[in-house]
Design a protein around this ligand. Structure first.
Ligand code: ARG
Length: 567
């Protein structure tokens, strides 16, 4: 739509110049002032004339009326003044241009090179070893990966990092629990579930016997000092946990460029702590080393515990310095729950106080909480819903629906996994990320409404039409308003991609997918495609179907969704 907005803007600038001899208008600013009218019968683009009123010394309705009378163009079939607005209706020729552009650009439609190969580091997913991978991690995993795909689409070079929580007191707790109550064979057999069980037991026992916490700190200290037994146990816990995460990542089609977790920075922290000392930033507080941030209205940032072991912020600071040196990033994005906002604000400030000039390239992208209602989910220890259980139940439900609705479908396992997992992802990414959300499996799985299955089903519908049609024709003629609506929606894709990147908000894409599906399905129900009345009408309708297939496929992939051809 940007091209049409630019065209409208230069028409406005030209007539203002002609009518008022005023040539101080900036066309790109005018273009950004164009709006989408709430009611499409009013037009496809609307320009509010209120801001011009002062410079032109005229009332907005007068300005609108005068401009409307003065311009004519092929790009717009109607230009009307309504109150203080100037409304533009896109001409059939421009609608055809949109279709041609989508066809020419193919799967690059919506892509750009604004990133100019600059590097963006994205730190996301990052579960904590030996702890459950629960629904709280859904947000960081899918928002993070979607932001990575969006940045790549915009021409950035991206490095996706899984900053595994593999270093910290929790590892000490795990070691204590295993040494006291663990059974090697059970862990080998049951994997992470057995580790989580031990972790939960540790907490139960520590309530009764707080000295266990001291034991855990001592084990972690030994780990930091490279005690061979603890290192071996820790490595094993990491492997066992990771095996399980991989299953979830594979279901989501996600992989990372680096799995350097917190432990990777254990030898990189002393230099940073030393620098803090030299700069006089560290203060002793009850034996612990902290950085006072009261001047910035924040509680102090904890750097070292009283026993000298490091903390979460210490590792994040060392990691940021390492990443800056290694990747020379233009942005380093961290996706975590909003519960960690203070943590990030604190250590970003410390990085600034340490004199690192990259402090303003660090970006925290927070998201709200998610809870699941309705369907009873098997919960394990600690009353948390594991992501794998949620996915499994969703996939099973889809499988039941499929067995009933489409018993002859091939690749049933693959398709039910794509739809079952996709339903959860779509439902999650439909909301703006900062909102706390609650969803039910039933609503996520509905084939009607704003759901993943609805979007994937629409995609499969376009595939089936194209498969039946054979070779794609060229030419053709536009005849119905529903066709225009699909084309106008296609024209909006690039700006929705830009908004998603600027706002770090994948829901722009999810919502766009629903807009496109709605426009396409209206078109599909009202306009016969394969049975169209003549070859010209059929040709343009098939081309529109192919364009929707292309853009819908791209958009779904940008939000980590798979696109089966048949459902
Ligand atoms: N492991 C942390 C958690 O599960 C998230 C890590 C986020 N990334 C970071 N660099 N702090 O809460």
């Amino acid at each position: 739509m940007q091209k049409l907005k630019n065209q409208a803007a230069s028409l406005i600038a030209d007539s203002v110049k002609k009518l008022w001899s005023f040539d101080e208008l900036d066309t790109s600013e005018l273009a950004s002032m164009l709006e989408y009218p709430p009611d499409e019968t009013m037009g496809d683009l609307a320009f509010p004339c209120f801001k011009l009123s002062r410079s032109l010394r005229a009332a907005p309705p007068k300005i609108a009326a005068a401009i409307a009378e003065n311009i004519s163009t092929d790009a717009f079939s109607e230009i009307n003044a309504v109150g203080g607005y100037l409304n533009f209706k896109i001409s059939p020729a421009s609608l055809e241009d949109i279709l041609k552009e989508v066809e020419e650009k193919g799967d690059k439609y919506g892509a750009s090179d604004i990133g100019n190969r600059k590097t963006v580091v994205l730190d996301y997913s990052s579960p904590n070893i030996s702890k459950p991978f629960h629904i709280g991690h859904l947000g960081t995993t899918v928002i993070g990966h979607s932001l990575k795909l969006l940045h790549e689409f915009a021409g950035y070079k991206c490095v996706g990092i899984n900053h595994l929580g593999d270093w910290g007191t929790q590892n000490g707790k795990q070691i204590v629990a295993f040494k006291r109550w663990g059974d090697r064979e059970k862990v080998e057999r049951e994997g992470i579930d057995a580790l989580v069980e031990l972790y939960v037991k540790f907490h139960e026992e520590a309530e009764k016997d707080p000295s266990l916490n001291d034991a855990a700190r001592a084990e972690f200290k030994k780990l930091e000092e490279h005690d061979p037994e603890n290192i071996a146990l820790w490595k094993w816990f990491v492997d066992v946990s990771f095996k399980e995460y991989e299953v979830t990542y594979k279901q989501l089609g996600i992989s990372f460029d680096s799995y350097n977790g917190e432990s990777f920075y254990s030898d990189k922290m002393p230099a940073q702590v030393e620098k803090m000392k030299e700069l006089g930033l560290l203060k002793l507080d009850d034996g612990a080393s902290i950085i006072d941030l009261s001047e910035y209205n924040m509680p102090p940032c904890l750097i070292l515990k009283s026993d000298g072991t490091t903390l979460y912020p210490t590792r994040d600071i060392a990691a940021a310095v390492y990443r800056n040196n290694t990747y020379d990033f233009d942005k380093c994005i961290y996706v975590t729950s909003s519960g960690q906002s203070l943590h990030f604000a604190q250590w970003f400030k410390v990085v600034e106080l340490m004199g690192y000039d990259f402090y303003d390239k660090l970006i925290h992208v927070p998201y709200g909480t998610v809870s699941i209602g309705g369907a009873k989910l098997a919960t394990r220890s600690g009353n948390v819903v594991l992501l794998k259980d949620l996915f499994r139940q969703s996939v099973e439900k889809v499988r039941e629906i499929m067995d009933e609705k489409n018993p002859d479908l091939e690749n049933r396992d693959e398709v039910s996994e794509a739809v079952g997992v996709g339903a959860i992802v779509f439902n999650y990414l439909f909301n703006s990320r900062i909102k706390d959300i609650n969803f039910t499996l039933e609503s996520a799985l509905s084939f009607e409404g704003n759901t993943g299955p609805y979007a994937q089903y629409t995609y499969a519908r376009t595939c089936s039409i194209l498969e039946r049609s054979g070779d794609l024709p060229s030419g053709g003629k536009l005849t119905s308003p529903e066709e225009g609506e699909v084309l106008r929606t296609l024209a909006k894709f690039p700006e929705r991609v830009s908004a998603a990147i600027e706002e770090y908000e994948p829901s722009n894409i999810t919502r766009y997918i629903i807009d496109l599906c709605t426009a396409f399905n209206r078109f599909y129900h009202n306009c016969p495609i394969l049975q169209a009345e003549d070859d010209d009408v059929k040709a343009i309708r098939l081309r529109i179907t192919a364009a929707v297939n292309n853009v819908l496929g791209t958009a779904l992939h940008l939000i980590c969704m798979k696109t089966p051809n048949k459902i």
